[in-house]
Ligand binder design. Structure first.
Ligand code: GLU
Length: 442
């Protein structure tokens, strides 16, 4: 079977880490199976969907390294949903209801007061043609419910194992609103059938939807795809990410200078048994992550873990990969990259260290170290310099002055770089060269 998956966000907000998770898990699964990845924008809610959000989603996915094999928008496909609607109506599985929101609310309250579950009572099924005509003459418009068949729905989830959804304890779901617009449930099934989707990988908040949707697949004469419901990513307090909040949105993380691979790795691997560590690519993760590794418990995202992974990715990054990310920054070469790389937490930190080589730097040497620095200058070896030079030089200074440890190294660092921390002096010294070093020690 050739695998076809889809990622189906609604363009009603920007993507955040929480909804990046299914985007990436679908991608990893498609990659590991040599399958197809469809991006489907679930934009039947035309009031809340915007073109700007649709574009934003594509930009975010591209940034993460996801390039869909095909793209669809549900708003282009209403004819298909209308055909499915008509078929369900003809088969008696979709029926019109005329209760207002208030009336439904009252029914629910009454049921609760009687100690019954607040399930829709299917009163609309008893309406005669005459009743309906009367209601419509009053100006009421129907919403449409799918008639659940009341038998428990079983399926084998690739992550959660055997699942049973007891649809008998659910209200018949509304598939079409009063204004004729579709809720997500039916168009999603119609598209999954029409697009030949083999695996639906989505958050575990959809498990009961799956029960309903499996019934709809069958009512439309199709077998259901295979399902995999993953745990949801939460923030460190266990709260879900809100789309409209912009908290940890991908665009924010991008602006903050995080590496896309660090973000993608965190979104995919948090809450699994795979270690959070640098991977070369999404493909490399795809080769390792298996659904059996996804925990059944929570997936708590930790900002500090993202920051540390980001730094580790940069520390391992070769110059060819880094160079395009630093485009426009001067000077830039493999040697400088190698010197600064171990000190960067984000790629943008590179420019922060550049003044160390380009100058001018602020000489931070304390008064009482002046003589020591003069002695050090006199002991500077002749060029050519290499990574060995630092050891030879400081060895000679140590012998002459008797200083060691911090008393030896800190004044040298302050004199040469103007700061108390930063790149390893052993690799920096040959980059500075003798002339600049003499100047700074003077
Ligand atoms: N638009 C739905 C959502 O964002 C899609 C869920 C699904 O994958 O079926 O929750």
């Amino acid at each position: 079977m050739s695998v076809i998956v889809r990622y189906a966000p609604s363009p009603t907000g920007r993507l955040h880490l929480g909804n990046a998770r299914p985007a990436i898990l679908n991608w990893l699964f498609a990659k590991s199976k040599g399958g197809q990845y469809i991006l489907r924008l679930d934009d039947t809610d035309t009031a809340r969907s915007t073109e700007e959000f649709a574009q934003g989603i594509e930009t975010d996915l591209e940034w993460l390294g996801i390039t869909p094999d095909a793209k669809f928008r549900q708003s282009d496909r209403f004819a298909l949903y209308d055909a499915a609607r008509d078929r369900l109506i003809a088969d008696g599985r979709l029926y019109p209801c005329y209760e207002t929101a208030d009336e439904l609310d009252r029914k629910r309250k009454r049921a609760r007061a009687l100690g019954k579950p607040p399930i829709y009572d299917r009163a609309a099924l008893n309406l005669t043609a005459e009743d309906k005509a009367k209601l419509e003459a009053e100006g009421r418009k129907p919403h449409w419910r799918f008639k659940l068949d009341g038998r428990p729905v079983h399926f084998v989830d690739l992550i959660k194992g055997e699942q049973t959804v007891n649809t008998a304890s659910m209200s018949d779901p509304v598939l079409i609103r009063e204004d004729g617009s579709y809720l997500y449930t039916l168009p999603s099934v119609v598209d999954d059938i029409e697009m030949g989707v083999t695996h639906v990988i989505r958050g575990e908040d959809h498990v009961s939807n799956t029960g309903t949707q499996i019934e709809i697949f069958e009512a439309l004469g199709s077998s259901a795809p295979i399902f995999a419901h993953h745990n949801l990513l939460t923030d460190s307090e266990g709260q879900g990410f809100s789309k409209r909040l912009g908290s940890l949105s991908l665009s924010q993380l991008r602006e903050d200078g995080f590496e896309p691979l660090a973000v993608a790795t965190m979104a995919a691997i948090t809450g699994t048994s795979l270690p959070v560590e640098p991977y070369d690519s999404l493909e490399a993760i795809a080769g390792k992550l298996d659904f059996s590794m996804i925990s059944h418990g929570a997936a708590r995202f930790d900002t500090a873990e993202l920051a540390s992974l980001n730094a580790r990715i940069i520390h391992a990054m070769d110059f060819e990969t880094a160079a395009p990310k630093l485009a426009g920054i001067e000077p830039l070469n493999a040697e400088l990259w190698a010197v600064f790389r171990p000190n960067l937490s984000k790629i943008s930190d590179f420019s922060e260290f550049l003044p160390i080589v380009t100058g001018p730097i602020e000489n931070g040497v304390a008064e009482e170290d002046r003589d020591f620095i003069n002695t050090a200058r006199e002991l500077l070896p002749e060029e050519p310099w290499s990574e060995e030079t630092w050891g030879q030089w400081t060895g000679a200074i140590k012998e002459k002055t008797g200083r060691k440890g911090k008393a030896l190294f800190l004044p040298l660092r302050l004199a040469l770089t103007g700061r108390a921390d930063g790149p390893e002096l052993k690799s920096l010294l040959p980059v500075l060269g003798r002339k600049v070093s003499v100047d700074r020690l003077s």
